[in-house]
Design a protein around this ligand. Structure first.
Ligand code: GAR
Length: 184
């Protein structure tokens, strides 16, 4: 089950690479977005759960929407998941982040790395916990920042690495006694 907020290019690669090791059973977004359309085009159930004034209720609605999924993948989902969600899915929710954590957490990982002037950045897949991009790291891949990079070009190169990494992680994942095991 995949959570998205935007373009959904990572989602598309996850869908396109489904095999015996994993299947996408549903896509949930916090707003109408191309990611939802990609799911519909692939014949995958899709639902929008908009964030209203009551954040605790929204987290409960998300739990309802996610349903019986073994693994929740946050792939470009731009909202923080709260305690009500994690009570059901902590340990089985993973996120892909466009920087080498613990550097540059948050919503602007690409911009922040560029602004700091680091020469290497990349992609991190990690467990989601109550913090902002603080959960245990599962896998990382680095790329070099080129002098001519701007935020858009850098993000695109990071995404090309992210698309491969998230599929690799999902292929290495299985659930045992309600615990997500990733042998990578
Ligand atoms: C990806 O780079 C993902 O790591 C990032 O959003 C992009 C989604 O791309 N997520 C975050 O920044 C979460 N903090 P996509 O919509 O093309 O799949």
């Amino acid at each position: 089950m995949v959570l998205v907020s935007g373009t959904g290019s990572l989602l598309q690669n996850i869908i396109d690479n489904q095999d015996n090791s994993y299947r996408v059973i549903k896509v949930v977004a916090d707003k109408p977005c191309p990611g939802i359309e990609r799911a519909q085009d692939a014949g995958i159930p899709a639902e929008v759960v908009p964030l209203g004034a009551d954040r605790a209720q929204w987290n409960k609605d998300l739990v309802e929407a996610v349903g019986a999924a073994d693994i929740v993948v946050s792939a470009g989902f731009m909202k923080i998941l709260g305690a009500e969600f994690l009570a059901s899915f902590e340990g089985r929710t993973i996120n892909t982040h466009p920087a080498l954590l613990p550097s540059f957490p948050g919503a602007h990982g690409v911009r922040d790395a560029l602004a700091y002037g680091v020469k290497v950045t990349g992609s991190t897949v990690h467990f989601v916990d109550a913090g902002v991009d603080t959960g245990r790291i599962i896998a990382q891949r680095a790329i070099t920042i080129e002098p001519e990079d701007d935020e858009a070009s850098l993000h695109e190169r990071i995404k090309s690495v992210e698309r491969e990494l998230i599929v690799q992680v999902l292929r290495a994942a299985h659930v045992q006694d309600q615990q997500l095991i990733i042998e990578i």
